[in-house]
Structures are given as C-alpha cells and as structure tokens.
Write a protein that binds this ligand. Structure first.
Ligand SMILES: C[S@@+](CC[C@H](N)C(=O)[O-])C[C@H]1O[C@@H](n2cnc3c(N)ncnc32)[C@H](O)[C@@H]1O
Length: 223
C-alpha cells in the first residue's frame, strides 16, 4: 500500500487514509449502520504511528466501534423518540456511530465533537456511507462551558482519569441546562457507576486484541 502524507486539515488525504486502511462493515450490535472499520487493530495502529506519527496524530480510535458506542447506538435505534426533533451532541464521536443513530431517529440537528481531525474525517465519510448529514467540530468542548443541547451522547469515554473527570463535569453542566444525557459504557476503569441510572444491558461483540475479550457486557445509563 502506498504511503499517504496527511497534512493537518487535508480532507482528501484523510479520506484516502481512511478508505485505504478500513473496510465498510456493520458493527455487530448495529447491523443497520455501516462504518469504515479496521479489520484488525494492530496494522492500522502501526500505520497511524508510522505514517502519521511524526505529526502527533492520536491513536485511530475512530477505526473501531467501541462497546459503549455500539450499546448506545442500539439503544437509540430501539427508542427512536429520544432524539426525535432534538439538538444532539455526540461527545468524543470517534467513528460517528452514535451521531448516525441520532440522525436515523429524527434528530433535528447533530454535532459530532472530537479532538482528532482524522476522527472527524471518518465521521464525515461514515455519514456519507449512511446517507445522513451532521456537523463536526474539533473544538475541545470539554475545555469550555457547554452549549444548550436536547440530548448529550457519551460513548465510551471513561478510559482515562483526566478525560473522565472532564466528561463528568460536562455531563453535569449539560444536565443543568436541561439536556437528556445518555452514556454507553462497558465498565471502563474511571466510570462512576454510582452517579447514573441503569437503562439497558447488552452483550457487545468487540475486537479481541483491543479488549482482551470477545464480548463486553455494556450498559446504557441515564445521567
Ligand atoms: C474510545 S473512543 C469512543 C468513540 C465513540 N464514542 C464510540 O463509542 O465508538 C474515544 C474518542 O474520544 C475522543 N476524545 C478524547 N478526548 C476528547 C476530548 N477532550 N474531546 C472530544 N473528544 C475526545 C477520542 O479522539 C476518541 O475518538
């Protein structure tokens, strides 16, 4: 495979990298959505480091449908009233899986936020693949006061302590502004389970070499 040079903000190069290193597939729990996903974790992780590493490109989280995101997308698709006609924020969107589920269930407008430019390019590619439209932002929404949203979606963001603390503060702020906040989480290390109300449990098939297991018990919570 030829080497792709990615300049920051270069949508064409980003799309090429995404298409060259992924396959359009459905996440196991969400067969009605297709995503550009890596077939195995190591090659794309290695490629991201080799080809993009010198530019400080973060790990390719966007190339996987994480357990939290799969459970949350499943829950939204099975409860289509939640996002109906609402303004929705998908925080730490990764592939954009839950943003797509929100669009599919009639959200008025959807914003996918991620600090990784390549993730946002993946969101846009995945939106096209599913014939939906949503906006993307690279602004770090965890670092400033949150806007008013009807629904805040948090898929699998409790894997690092600092990130988890920021996400909890943002959840509290969004709730104070009246948002419905839904979280998908497979009991990551920094998930504060006592704060939230359990809505549904799923057995989510995941990538064994990422998760060290083939199924992750994952819960959708209401904050
Ligand atoms: C484990 S992935 C989850 C992706 C998706 N929500 C899912 O469930 O499949 C975490 C994502 O959060 C993003 N992220 C990390 N820190 C962030 C921040 N401060 N603001 C927005 N996104 C962030 C990462 O770039 C990555 O795409």
């Amino acid at each position: 495979m030829s080497k792709i040079k990615l300049d920051a903000g270069d949508e064409v190069a980003a799309s090429k990298f995404i298409v060259a290193n992924t396959k359009l597939m459905s996440p196991p729990l969400v067969p009605e959505i297709v995503l550009h996903l890596a077939e195995e974790s190591m090659p794309i992780w290695q490629k991201s480091e080799d080809e993009l590493g010198e530019m400080n490109v973060p790990p390719p989280y966007w190339a996987f449908a994480w357990a939290g995101g799969q459970a949350l997308a499943r829950y939204l698709l099975d409860h289509p009233d939640i996002c109906q006609n609402k303004r929705v924020l998908d925080l730490g969107a990764g592939s954009g899986l839950t943003a797509i589920a929100a669009c599919r269930t009639g959200a008025r407008d959807v914003l996918a936020a991620d600090i990784d430019e390549l993730a946002l390019a993946a969101c846009r590619a995945n939106a096209r693949a599913n014939s939906v439209q949503f906006s993307t932002t690279r602004d770090d929404l965890l670092a400033r006061p949150i806007d008013r949203f009807g629904v805040l979606l948090v898929g699998d963001l409790f894997y690092e302590r600092t990130l988890a603390d920021q996400v909890i503060a943002t959840i509290d702020a969004a709730k104070a502004l009246g948002a419905v906040v839904l979280i998908g989480d497979p009991q990551r290390s920094y998930f504060p389970r006592d704060r939230f109300t359990r809505l549904a449990d799923y057995q989510v098939p995941v990538t064994r070499d990422l998760e060290d297991s083939e199924i992750k018990r994952t819960t959708v919570w209401l904050a």
